[in-house]
Design a protein around this ligand. Sequence first.
Ligand code: ATP
Length: 466
Amino acid sequence: MRIPVTIVRGDGVGPEIMGAVLAILEAAKAPLAYQEVYLGQAAVQQGHPTGISAEALKAITQTGVLLKGPLMTPQGGGFSSVNVALRKLLDLYANVRPARAYGPYVATLHPRMDLVVIRENEEDLYVGQEYRQTPDVLQAAKITSHRACERIIRYAFDYARLHKRKKVTCLSKDNILKKTDGCFHAIFKTLSLAYPEIEAEHLIVDIGMARIVHKPEHFDVIVLSNLYGDILSDITAQLSGSVALGPSVNIGPEVALFEAIHGCAPDIATRDCANPSGLLLAALSMLGYLGQEAVAERIENAWLATLEAGQHTPDIYTPERSQHKVGTHAFAQAVIQRLGQKPHTLKPASRQASLKPLSREPEIPQKSLNLKALDVFMHWESSQARQHLETLKTLQLPHWTLACVQGRGLEVFPSTLVWPQFCDYWLCRFVPQEATAPPQAAIARLLTALAALREGKFVQVQVVYA
Ligand code: ATP
């Protein structure tokens, strides 16, 4: 019985590396039946403007497993990232990206590195809520939920326990982002108590990344939010020897998606020189996920033996360490020839532990939302801002007091140290006059009063809860 899996060849180097991987899986007799679907540009050309058709989505949810080549994301405009959309549509909340060195066969400064980046996969700046606020100012929303933090941090600790990893490091920027990253760090601290056998450490993301680059062998499992994780996992893959060596596993309660961490690499597409290793290692994780560990180990051992034999694609080729510079196709053939072999020096494959999430829905803390203030962001021309502030100060506002005004985080009312040189986007904070919060209708009345001002207009309103 073959297990049905969905595949997408993808863009750029995608078809070449997928061809190589499928050839290896077939040669190793992996018991899989492939259903091919089209996503991204190919789907757009077939009349699906989002790059995802309902049929493709149905096929993926039916098999529950997708092996995916890289998909092109248009830069600056065009359709939104299909990769990001898939993670949200399929609830693939955990992204697991191992990075291991293969020295002395693949050149690396860190031959003992063997770490796993676990990245939150659905929130943060990747929600894609971006706005133009004024002619000068653009804004992107960084969304962080208690539920997402808890799910990913718990997954990281469960992963560490299952894979006998010794330490989980959390990276955040909670010295600056006190609420969003603060939530991530606080949940990390709390959950770590339930895993006393695992060392838990927290580092500020900037120095944390610097230390990882300096001594990656000191790190084990690293858990972090979406954007930081994206950046770090490219860095760690490159540190291990090549960005093309990194697999990426996206896990959710019902579906799992397996891919290489690299993009579609248009600069080398169709030249038969891309390294298929990242996608191959992802396919091996897929086999493990499907309970086919034995065949995954057999292929991984052949792949390790290929690296040891110095059959290297150009990205990892060095005259001192390599025997032959081989293309994508020849590399796949070299792996196939070695099926049944084991590496001599590199640690042989061992794939027993599953990557499936432990199903446990987080309990969201019951918090009542007490209105603390209303932040109204005004578009005031830089040269007119002082005048507009004076007008605003004289405005009679039932229920509300103007508490402060800031331009890009610099306070200009009630106290002013420095007036920003150029700023056309002003935060005006109004606080309720009475201890009890004004009714919601009072918000509408405040905005009506502001709308009646002759100059300047509000471009954003944020209700601030305690
Ligand atoms: P994305 O934003 O989609 O992640 P990217 O802009 O980070 O993509 P990649 O497509 O990952 O860029 O390519 C980055 C560099 O890595 C390119 O120079 C590319 O040639 C190289 N590269 C990527 N994948 C491979 C591969 N499989 N084999 C060899 N080199 C690769």
